[in-house]
Ligand binder design. Structure first.
Ligand code: SIN
Length: 358
């Protein structure tokens, strides 16, 4: 007779097995099957492609901190049509600006973050300022964890409702203009010139965090791509299929790397089982005076906080277009919407987007 453990094992889907494999601490997993786009590729599953260098002018790319498109290293993966991986296309030093935005600017009100779930708006108004005060206490008597260290997610634009798994017209604040522009240039370079950044989810990972298996399907128009940016420490990213039975492909996402999930790859299962230290040879985020008229450069003081943070953490930003052209939200009875917002987040349905960071 099969033991209970064996039955559970049999019922487990292929994605979950591989997720658990890479998440395991003792003994550590073998990483030899993980694709590393920053290294010369030997696998015939990986195809380096050229994208139209004229889709974005060098000036427009530089304005958001990107190298000229002709210099980008862009890859497709066989079996995943519409999946695009771009190895760090940022200009030297420009990632520091985006890291500062993710840590200092985007967590500010009116944006929404995990700490709002159990703290008052006045306490979470400026997480950065509160954390910096604590970090630099001369007596060394810091709080055990700063708010910045307790930050797990921030939402931008149409704020994702984790309970109802929806966006709504009633819960919107202006999407940051510079991130909209960065997203626009990347989408245009990848063949989506009409992309409009309407919602963002920032995930903040500590070295022991992971993100559960999910599909990003709450947006109303899936013909629009989903963009993903990573900064700081590296991650193992798993890209699966449309079924949990489809075994996923594992790849590293290093600082500055971009992913575009579009076409048939827009609705695939994916997850982050593990954060791994950034390898020495991969360009880590460094400070510079990068910044243009619109982009305020990163001060020494800000950089001291950002660099300490990313030495042990990873930040991922996903940018989504929620509505198709001339599409609007379906009517939702107001009462239902408020009920959903007030629900306990632990009742989240599994599978769709809910970053079960552990
Ligand atoms: C990631 O952190 O790379 C993935 C984030 C997501 O799937 O939303």
């Amino acid at each position: 007779m099969a033991t209970m453990a064996a039955i559970v094992e049999c019922r487990e889907d292929a994605f979950r097995k591989i997720f658990k494999f890479y998440k395991r601490r003792i003994p550590p997993p073998n990483f030899s099957d993980v694709f590393d786009f920053s290294k010369p590729m030997t696998s015939d599953k990986v195809v380096q492609v050229k994208i139209d260098p004229q889709a974005v002018s060098d000036g427009d790319a530089a304005r958001v901190g990107l190298q000229p498109v002709r210099d980008w290293r862009v890859f497709n993966l066989k079996g995943y049509p519409g999946f695009i991986f771009i190895t760090n296309p940022f200009l030297r030093g420009s990632q520091a600006y985006w890291v500062r935005q993710c840590l200092k600017t985007y967590p500010r009100k009116p944006n929404v973050c995990n700490l709002d779930m159990h703290m008052s708006p006045s306490d979470t108004q400026d997480i950065w300022a509160k954390s910096v005060c604590n970090l630099s206490r001369p007596d060394g008597k810091r709080e055990p964890k700063t708010l910045l260290e307790r930050l797990r997610w921030v939402t931008l634009g149409y704020h994702y409702n984790w309970n109802s798994k929806t966006y709504s017209a009633n819960h919107y604040t202006p999407f940051p203009a510079e991130l909209r522009l960065l997203s626009h240039q990347i989408a245009a370079a990848c063949g989506f010139p009409g992309f409009s950044a309407e919602a963002g989810i920032l995930n903040y990972y500590r070295s022991d965090s992971s993100l559960g298996i999910h599909v990003d399907e709450s947006e109303l128009d899936h013909s629009c791509p989903l963009l993903s940016f990573s900064f700081g420490q590296s991650a193992i990213f798993l890209l699966g299929g449309t079924q949990r039975q489809d075994p996923p492909t594992a790849m590293y996402m290093h600082s500055g790397d971009l992913m575009v999930m579009s076409g048939q790859s827009r609705l695939l299962y994916h997850a982050v089982p593990r954060i791994v230290p950034a390898p020495q040879e991969v360009a880590v985020v460094e400070q510079s005076s990068w910044g243009s008229d619109q982009q305020e450069c990163v001060s020494q003081e800000d950089w001291a906080v950002c660099s300490e943070y990313i030495q042990s953490s990873r930040i991922n930003v996903t940018v989504r277009q929620v509505l198709g052209q001339s599409q609007s939200f379906p009517e939702t009875p107001l009462r239902e919407e408020h009920q959903a917002e007030g629900e306990d987040r632990s009742k989240r349905r599994k599978g769709v987007y809910s970053p079960q960071q552990t």
